[in-house]
Design a protein around this ligand. Structure first.
Ligand code: FES
Ligand SMILES: [Fe+2]
Length: 471
């Protein structure tokens, strides 16, 4: 608040409805500190230049200056549980063989032969290897990256095989994810995330989960434009009208932590401020649990006299998840059970640690077309304690015309939401290209994650190119 004028300063205004923290504070089972904290700052109101989404030269700068310096989620540990298992992670023109070389050691090799450059394993593949042998002339490498064979060594007296190791990217592990970074000089992953965001991630124990559904689709828009479609709840009323009756959209909370992590908390079981007074608590619950009012039955869940849809949903979901996972969730807060927590780990990973819909999104630019990107959604489930760890699901790859509802294992209601999210993308990409306006205008609060993200992009693309080279 500006003391002299009594007016709000930019970024201080909030939706006048009940706040996210007030909603959560009224819950029966109280939330932990990582839920009840806020971390927003005003970052400016200037338009975001549209060039970053439409200019292939900008995409090239990202490739050379940003992707080569940042920590990226390459695979889950359950993708490579045994020594010799490998997973090929591709980003732009680069490709890495992420390999478990010892029981507790994972390395990431640049996926290219040191003879004449052939890729050692095809992109987007995974499997088991006792060695990495090049298909062209048979040079091969041990799992630890040391050279195993140079065919006809007499012809290569100038090659020192003892130093012919596969070049490596850096690897760190956190939350069951394997992260890589091409930059030998980058800060470590934990420093990159910062202490507060790290404490959130550690609290979720995502290492105790595994991927049970994995869906991939190519989208017709720049990868950053696509990321932005998932960073705010501002679009819920018009893009997902079926959700608004039970989603506190305009009063969602937005935070960021340092340069590389931001989040929103979007409460469920609470009506959108745009629809205030238009639905009863029972109708909010019906909308969420049944969706289609025409199929309401007498034995549907009921809101107790004087109770709220949110509390009824939290109690019901707690019971359902306890039964499904055979675990005691009595200590887990209503908010964690119910709400949508969305974190972005710069540059391209979203983590959703909430109990009702634990997910990961990953976005990668299409290396051949700056107007397209590759989107993946992975749904996580708790790994059974004891017994063998289930294998991660193979990705279901959808074609352009296919709906997310067609992917096996996808919840149909959620598949419809993803279809709605992505139906806007081509129109937005093409609209920006034909627009007479030079930039995009952002809300100071609800769209802060987009500004925060784009400011990190700006910081990296302003750096000199750092294309990986290893002698
Ligand atoms: S290019 Fe790999 S062995 Fe020749
Ligand atoms: Fe959406």
């Amino acid at each position: 608040m500006n003391i002299e004028t009594g007016k709000l300063n930019p970024g201080e205004a909030r939706c006048p409805a009940i706040s996210t923290q007030e909603i959560i504070a009224a819950d029966k089972v109280k939330a932990p500190g990582w839920v009840t904290s806020e971390s927003y700052q005003y970052l400016g109101s200037e338009d975001i230049s549209k060039e970053r989404y439409i200019d292939p030269a900008f995409a090239q700068r990202e490739l050379e200056s940003m992707w080569t310096r940042t920590w990226q989620f390459a695979c889950r540990e359950e993708h490579i549980p045994e020594v010799g298992d490998y997973y090929v992670y591709d980003i732009g023109p680069w490709s890495f063989l992420v390999t478990r070389t010892e029981e507790n050691r994972i390395k990431a090799y640049f996926n290219a032969c040191l003879h004449r450059g052939t890729k050692l394993r095809p992109s987007a593949t995974s499997g088991y290897a006792s060695e990495f042998k090049c298909p062209f002339h048979g040079w091969s490498w041990n799992l630890d990256g040391s050279n195993r064979q140079v065919l006809c060594p007499w012809d290569f007296p100038h090659v020192d095989r003892a130093s012919l190791n596969l070049p490596e990217a850096r690897v760190e592990r956190l939350g069951g994810f394997v992260w890589i970074n091409m930059d030998p000089d980058a800060p470590g992953l934990r420093e990159y995330l910062g202490a507060e965001a790290l404490s959130h991630i550690e609290a979720w124990k995502l290492e105790d989960r595994y991927i049970h559904v994995h869906v991939q689709k190519s989208f017709p828009a720049n990868w950053k434009l696509t990321m932005g479609a998932f960073m705010e709840a501002y679009h819920v009323l018009d893009t997902h009208p079926q959700v608004a009756p039970s989603n506190a959209d305009a009063n969602s909370q937005y935070d960021f932590y340092g340069e590389h992590v931001d989040r929103f908390i979007s409460c469920l079981g609470v009506i959108s401020p745009h629809l205030e007074g238009k639905f009863t608590e029972q109708e909010i619950l019906d909308q969420f649990t049944v969706g289609d009012a025409s199929v309401l039955s007498d034995d549907r869940p009921k809101v107790p006299e004087g109770g709220s849809a949110r509390q009824a949903m939290a109690d019901m979901f707690r019971g359902m998840f306890e039964q499904a996972t055979q675990s005691d969730l009595s200590h887990v807060s209503d908010s964690e059970i119910l709400d949508c927590f969305s974190y972005t780990i710069f540059p391209n990973t979203f983590l959703f640690p909430g109990i009702s819909l634990p997910m990961v999104y990953r976005f990668r630019p299409d290396p051949k077309d700056h107007r397209r990107c590759i989107y993946e959604v992975m749904f996580l489930r708790p790994a059974p304690s004891g017994g063998p760890r289930p294998e991660p699901a193979e990705p279901v790859i959808l074609r352009d015309h296919q709906s997310f509802t067609e992917a096996e294992g996808m919840d149909p209601g959620f598949g419809r939401i993803l279809d709605q999210d992505t139906d806007n993308l081509l129109a937005q990409q093409e609209g920006l290209e034909c627009s007479a306006k030079a930039g995009l205008t952002l809300g100071n609060y609800q769209e802060i994650r987009i500004r925060h993200f784009e400011q990190a992009i700006d910081k990296y693309v302003a750096m000199p190119a750092k294309v990986p080279t290893r002698s």
